[in-house]
Write a protein that binds this ligand. Structure first.
Ligand SMILES: C[S@@+](CC[C@H](N)C(=O)[O-])C[C@H]1O[C@@H](n2cnc3c(N)ncnc32)[C@H](O)[C@@H]1O
Length: 213
C-alpha cells in the first residue's frame, strides 16, 4: 500500500450500474464508449446501446461534476460514423452544455488514413462547471501519448482530460471510468490524486485495469 488514492474496478455490464447510480457525489467521469466491434451486440442494436450509454454517463455526475468522452469516429458498413456527434446528441437531449471540445491527433497532420480518422475527440459536458479559456489546454493536442491498444485513449490525452476536470470541478474527488478497458483513465486519475472507479465487462481487461499500470 502506498497510501495514495486508490482504485476499484467492477467486472460487470456498465449500463445497469450507471442506471442505479445517478449523480454520484463528488464524481466526474472519463470514458471512451465502445464502438460496434467492442459492444458485443448485433450491429443494428449498437446505435441505441451507444445513445443509452452516453445518456447514463452524462447523468452519472452531479451538477458540478464533468463528464468527458474520448471518442474516435469510425467506418461501419461503408459509412462514416461520428461517435462524437452521437455523444453531442445525447447531451443536447438532456440540455447539457458542452464545456470544452478538443481534437487529439492520432496521426501526424497530412497522413492519409484510408477512412479510419487520424483524430479523436475529447468532449466535456457539465451542468454547472466551467473552464475559462485561459485555463484550457490547446484545442488540438498533437499527440495521444502512449497507447496500450489500438482503440486506446492514450496516456497524454487521459492526463490532459483529468487535469482539465480538476480545474473545472475542484469538488471532484472520484473519477468514474465506465468501459475502462485497460485502465488508462484510472491511472491518470490516481496520478492526479483522485480516487478512481472503473467498470469493465471483459474479465481480463478488468483484471489488468486493477493493476498499477
Ligand atoms: C473503447 S474501449 C475502452 C478503451 C479505454 N478507453 C482505453 O484506452 O484503454 C471500450 C471498452 O468497453 C468494454 N465494454 C463493452 N461493452 C461493455 C459494457 N456493456 N459494460 C462494460 N464494459 C463494456 C469493452 O470490453 C472495452 O474494453
Amino acid at each position: 500500500m502506498t497510501g495514495g488514492p486508490g482504485r476499484q474496478v467492477l467486472h460487470q455490464d456498465a449500463l445497469p450500474w450507471l442506471a442505479a447510480h445517478p449523480a454520484w457525489p463528488g464524481a466526474s467521469l472519463l470514458t471512451s464508449l465502445p464502438d460496434v466491434s467492442e459492444a458485443g451486440l448485433p450491429p443494428a442494436s449498437w446505435p441505441a446501446f451507444f445513445a443509452e450509454a452516453a445518456r447514463l454517463c452524462l447523468l452519472a455526475v452531479p451538477d458540478d461534476g464533468v463528464a468527458v468522452f474520448f471518442q474516435t469516429d469510425n467506418r461501419h458498413e461503408g459509412r462514416q460514423v461520428s461517435k462524437a456527434a452521437m455523444v453531442l446528441a445525447a447531451a443536447a437531449a438532456l440540455d447539457l452544455p458542452l464545456v470544452w471540445h478538443q481534437v487529439v491527433l492520432r496521426r501526424p497532420p497530412g497522413t492519409k488514413t484510408m477512412g479510419r480518422p487520424g483524430y479523436s475527440h475529447l468532449l466535456a459536458f457539465s451542468r454547472r462547471a466551467t473552464l475559462p479559456v485561459e485555463q484550457r489546454g490547446p484545442d488540438v493536442l498533437p499527440d495521444l501519448g502512449e497507447v496500450d491498444w489500438s482503440h486506446g485513449m492514450g496516456r497524454a490525452a487521459a492526463a490532459q482530460a483529468v487535469a482539465q476536470i480538476r480545474r473545472a470541478s475542484p469538488s471532484t474527488t472520484l473519477l468514474l471510468a465506465p468501459f475502462c478497458g485497460l485502465g488508462v483513465a484510472l491511472s491518470a486519475a490516481n496520478e492526479a490524486g483522485l480516487e478512481a472507479l472503473g467498470i469493465e465487462r471483459n474479465r481480463k481487461r478488468a483484471e489488468k485495469a486493477r493493476g498499477p499500470a
